[in-house]
Structure formats: structure tokens, C-alpha cells
Ligand binder design. Structure first.
Ligand code: FAD
Length: 563
């Protein structure tokens, strides 16, 4: 009965100006969250991952009241999850309680350990359910003025039979810890007496499905764990260990530079990791994985002991339902504009893995700008007009400016450069159609920002900055921040700055793809990896824990106890 359920959450400790403010919230009859009325605008944040954490950390405006809903009361540093699977770092070292983050902020904030199961954009409400172990799945709703959806994504199984039941996923800290236990169990199980050789081999056959950065890093970590630590402890079974990496396309790490892909494939071959390219998994049972070759459709079955499934992401059910509700049912993620607003809703923002900036709309807008500039409908523009159009597009869509640097666009810009001097009045040779077709060629590259922590983190920080400056902007619309009247957002659109990406390959070697297409592979990049990941920790506490875990591993090796 709802009245039996009264949860008083001493939720927020907002430290402002040295004084500690305790915010009290009740979930009263009817399951509604009743908050003391204030004049402050209420921002509800769904999720405490990279995007949510970055928003909460960077928000500094005390004129907002913030409510955070997430089933995890901590932020997890996901790039180190593969290290947790093999005990290189401990699970606790990579998490930061969300109350530590919001407790230090100037704004009033409350945190609810619950999951959102429905978003109602008309009533401006989100419906939430507490965790079963916390309060027996009680339901309540929370009103918002602004909603920030940062719920991430879930693993995509492509509905492959048996995957949910038999494979491990690696998205949460608990999953990484579970893999670690299961790995050690496999070695203990394979060491038991009265087992056939065949069974021992099966138990110690570790299969990774998906040759993206997570699958590759896990395979590399596992290889190191086995060869550095476990072979010494389990000498009798060491020869039975096998690691297989299954990838459906023609190469692993195919979002990286070709040099990195080639190096990684070569290194794995030297390390004895069996990389099977063009292999699609079609079925998984408790003991066997069935694959189909993409080239000739041949099927093959392999016995296995432990399988990690890491083939990409898909939307969570609540996001899927919300997308259907707002007419985005055919999309893979919530479409937003360049200011991260969910299309059609000025007060709902979506960031991180659950969202995507709608590039199709960008393309349509660009086409419209061209058509408008082509006043005499001749299909060509003068150099001057062309430059104006490009400047306008770059200002409105910085991601296009980013892609203008790419090859196809450079050709067009080079053409422009050739027609200099008195050419300002000439009609240039590049017609609008040519420009549009070049744009559509880069469309596929422009389509989506990668689903990475880097993007989510930058989006969270960007949105927080917008919220921090709202009042300043309202008071001074023509001031330092651009404000171009009706229908236009008053801030710069979100601009992604790619800082490079790493692919750790084991044996203290990492491949790094740095801005400007610089590639660095080897031991020096591993040190760069250590320094970047130490510096990117969200607190000094986790930084100290992670660095001490690395030292512990260097000195004593990885711990193989099953706890
Ligand atoms: P998440 O970080 O997944 O956070 C989602 C949040 O929403 C969580 O707090 C979750 O509890 C909460 N949530 C879920 N359901 C609900 C609900 N119903 N209601 C409310 N809250 C909910 N990226 C990189 O840039 N570099 C890397 O090296 C890298 N390595 C990775 C390694 C691994 C193993 C994995 C899994 C990912 C890695 N990524 C990396 C990708 C990166 O982690 C994601 O892109 C990033 O976490 C996305 O951030 P997010 O905030 O959108 O989602």
C-alpha cells in the first residue's frame, strides 16, 4: 500500500559557502516525490555514468535544484573495466560515489537510487522504480523543468540465440568482477581430478566475440594474466589454455588506423591468440559456440568454457519506449539537435551513448542554405557567395568544419583557393550539386559521433556550461554569448574535440591514435596510457587507488584468489 511506503531521504549534502545544507525529500502517499516548493528550476538527471557525472561535476549554478536518478550510486571509470576482469586493478578503485561528487557542489542536489522506467514529456514527469534489494521495487514519479537523459546503452546481442543466457558482458563493474571470479574458477575446475583432456581443453577455451577496442583489450589482458601469473600457479593445465577472438568483419579494431589494425593482428598471432576474421556467431549454448563464415556461409561449432560478448551497443528498453512515444521509433538512439536537445523538446536533453546528433537534419539544413544562396537558381555560386555559405555552415555546424578538413572536402576548398584575386565576382566551377554530392560522401563519416566516454564527458561538460550561463545570457543576450533571436539556441552548438584513442594490446604495449592521424605503438604509448588514465580519474581518491593497484601488480603480480 502506498501509504505504508514512506521514504525520507536525507539525500543531499550541498556545501555552499562553508555551510552544509541538508535537503529533505519525501516519497509520500501515491508514491509521488514531494519536494519543498522553491522558485528554483528543477533539473532531473537520469544516469550517473560519464555523461551524467560530467554534467553534475561541471554544473555550478546554485539557481538550479538538481535531482539525480540512477540505479548505480557511483560513477565507474569504464576504460579500466577490462583491467578489473583480470585483477590488474580492483573494482572499488575505479568507482566514485555520486554523493561525493554532488556533495561538493554549490547547487542543491538529491540522489535517488532507482531506475527510470518511463518518461512523460507532456506531463514533464519521469516514473521511477527503486531497486528490489533496496526497497522492494517501490514506484514514484519526479517532476522536472529540465530533463537530462544520460542513461547510456546496453549490450547489443543482435537477438543471437543463447547469448543472454550463456555469455558474459562487460559494461558494469559487477560484470567485470564476475568475469574475474569465473576465470579463476575455470582454472580450478580444469585442475580437478577425473576430468577428460577434452573437458579440460573446453573449460580453458576462452572466447571473445567482437574485435572492437573492448574485446581486443580483454583478450590482451587475459593473455597477460594467463602468461604472467596463472601458468605459474597452474603448471599442469597451462598447455590447455586457448584464447579465440571472433570478429564478423575483415579486421579487428577497424575503427582505428590501418597500421594499428595490422600491428594488433600481428601481435595477437605472435601471442598465440587465435583471431578468426569474418566469423559471425549464430548461436551459443552452454558448451558450444556456432559460427558462420561470412565468405562462404560455412558453419562451425567450437566448445568453450567462458565467452565474453562485446559486439556493440543498443538502446535500453526505457529509451526505446520513449523514442516510440515521440516518433523516433525507427532510430538506434535518441536524436538530438546540435545543442543536445531531443528533437521537438526544448527542455529535454540527451547525451552520451543513449543519444545521437541528427546529422540528417544537418544535411537538410545545409542543402537549404545552399538553395537560399542560389538566388538566380543557376545552380552555381560566386566565390564570394560560396565563401559566405561555407562560413555560415561552419558557424552553425562545427562538426562540418571538422569534416571539411577531410580529403573530399579539401578538394573543393582547394578549388576555391585556386580561384582567387579578382575572382570574387566570377562563377566558380564547383556547382552546388557537386558540393552537395561531396557532402553526402562524407555524410557516412559525419553520421554519428563515436559512443565513447570522451564524447559523453565533453557533452556533459558542454551542457553544464550552458546551464551555468543561462541567466547571464538572458540578462545580456547580445553580450559575449551569441544569441540570434527566435528559434535559435543561445549557445554555440556542441563541438566535439577528438583527443585520440588507445588500444592496449598487452605485454605493456599500447597503440595510440592521436589527433592529426598520428600513430604511436609500443611501450612508450603504454606509459602515455598510464599517465592519461591516471590523470582522467574523477577524484584524487580513485587516482591514488588506481596508481597503487598498478604498483601492486608490478611488484606482486595479479591476485588469483577467488573472492
Ligand atoms: P554510461 O557511462 O553507461 O552511464 C549510464 C548511466 O545510466 C549509469 O549510471 C547507469 O546506471 C544509468 N542507468 C541505466 N539505466 C537507467 C535507468 N533506467 N534509469 C536511470 N539511470 C539508468 N570510451 C572511451 O572513450 N575510452 C575507452 O577506453 C573506453 N573503454 C571502454 C571499456 C569498456 C569495457 C566499456 C564497456 C566502455 C568503454 N568506453 C570507452 C565507452 C564508454 O564507457 C561509454 O561510451 C560511456 O560510458 C558512455 O557514457 P554514458 O554516460 O552515456 O553511459
Amino acid at each position: 500500500h502506498p501509504t505504508l511506503f514512506r521514504l525520507v531521504a536525507l539525500s543531499t549534502i550541498a556545501i555552499s559557502g562553508g555551510s552544509i545544507v541538508y535537503a529533505e525529500a519525501n516519497i509520500g502517499s501515491g508514491g509521488r516525490a514531494v519536494v519543498d516548493p522553491t522558485k528554483k528550476k528543477k533539473v532531473v538527471v537520469l544516469g550517473t555514468g560519464w555523461a551524467g557525472m560530467s554534467f553534475l561535476k561541471n554544473l555550478n549554478n546554485p539557481s538550479y535544484e538538481v535531482e539525480v536518478v540512477s540505479p548505480r550510486n557511483y560513477f565507474a571509470f569504464t576504460p579500466l573495466l577490462p583491467s578489473v576482469t583480470c585483477g590488474t586493478v580492483e573494482g572499488r578503485s575505479i568507482v566514485e560515489p555520486i554523493r561525493n561528487i554532488i556533495g561538493k557542489k554549490k547547487y542543491d542536489a538529491r540522489y535517488w537510487e532507482a531506475e527510470c522506467y518511463k518518461i512523460d514529456p507532456v506531463e514533464k514527469k519521469v516514473y521511477c522504480r527503486t531497486a528490489a534489494e533496496l526497497d522492494g521495487k517501490k514506484e514514484f514519479s519526479v517532476d522536472y523543468d529540465y530533463l537530462v537523459i544520460a542513461m547510456g546503452a546496453r549490450v547489443n546481442t543482435f537477438n543471437t540465440p543463447g547469448v543472454e543466457e550463456n555469455c558474459h558482458f562487460l559494461k558494469e563493474v559487477e560484470e567485470a568482477q564476475n568475469i574475474r571470479k569465473n576465470l579463476i574458477d575455470s582454472f580450478e575446475k580444469a585442475s580437478l581430478p577425473n576430468l577428460s583432456e577434452e573437458d579440460r581443453k573446453r573449460i580453458l577455451h576462452f572466447v571473445v566475440v567482437g574485435g572492437g577496442p573492448t574485446g581486443v583489450e580483454f583478450a590482451a589482458q587475459l593473455h597477460d594474466f594467463v602468461n604472467d601469473d596463472l601458468v605459474k600457479l597452474y603448471p599442469k593445465v597451462k598447455d590447455h589454455v586457448k584464447i579465440t577472438l571472433l570478429e564478423a568483419t575483415d579486421h579487428i579494431l577497424n575503427m582505428f588506423d590501418k597500421r594499428i589494425t595490422a600491428f594488433a593482428e600481428g601481435k595477437f598471432q605472435r601471442d598465440g591468440i587465435d583471431v578468426k576474421l569474418g566469423s559471425m556467431v549464430v548461436k551459443v549454448t552452454d558448451k558450444e559456440i556456432s559460427t558462420k563464415a561470412r565468405s562462404n556461409g560455412e558453419t562451425f561449432s567450437m566448445p568453450y568454457g567462458l565467452c565474453l560478448w562485446s559486439t556493440g551497443i543498443g538502446p535500453r528498453p526505457v529509451i526505446k519506449e520513449f523514442m516510440q512515444q515521440i516518433g523516433q521509433g525507427n532510430r538506434r538512439a535518441l536524436a538530438t539537435d546540435e545543442w543536445l536537445r531531443v528533437e521537438g523538446y526544448n527542455n529535454i536533453y540527451a547525451l552520451g551513448d543513449c543519444a545521437t546528433i541528427n546529422q540528417r537534419k544537418v544535411m537538410e539544413d545545409i542543402s537549404a542554405i545552399f538553395s537560399k544562396a542560389d538566388k538566380d537558381k543557376s545552380g552555381t555560386l560566386t566565390v564570394k557567395e560560396f565563401k559566405e555559405v561555407i562560413a555560415d555552415i561552419c558557424e552553425r555546424y562545427p562538426q562540418v568544419e571538422l569534416y571539411l578538413k577531410k580529403k573530399q572536402m579539401r578538394d573543393i576548398v582547394d578549388l576555391l583557393k585556386e580561384v582567387k584575386g579578382d575572382a570574387a565576382k566570377e562563377t566558380i566551377e564547383v556547382s552546388i550539386e557537386e558540393f552537395k554530392s561531396a557532402l553526402s560522401q562524407v555524410d557516412s563519416q559525419m553520421k554519428n559521433l563515436p559512443a565513447t566516454a570522451q564524447v559523453a564527458n565533453q557533452q556533459g561538460a558542454y551542457l553544464a556550461k550552458c546551464f551555468n550561463r543561462t541567466e547571464e545570457c538572458e540578462q545580456n543576450p547580445e553580450g559575449p554569448i551569441r544569441f540570434r533571436g527566435e528559434g535559435r539556441h543561445r549557445f554555440h552548438p556542441f563541438r566535439y574535440r577528438h583527443l585520440g584513442q588507445f588500444a592496449p594490446l598487452g605485454g605493456e604495449q599500447t597503440a595510440a591514435q592521436l589527433p592529426g592521424d598520428l600513430v604511436s605503438i609500443g611501450h612508450s604509448s603504454q606509459w602515455l596510457w598510464y599517465s592519461v588514465y591516471a590523470s582522467k580519474q574523477v577524484s584524487w581518491r580513485t587516482r591514488a587507488l588506481v596508481v597503487s593497484d598498478w604498483f601492486r601488480r608490478f611488484i606482486f603480480g595479479r591476485d588469483s584468489s577467488r573472492i
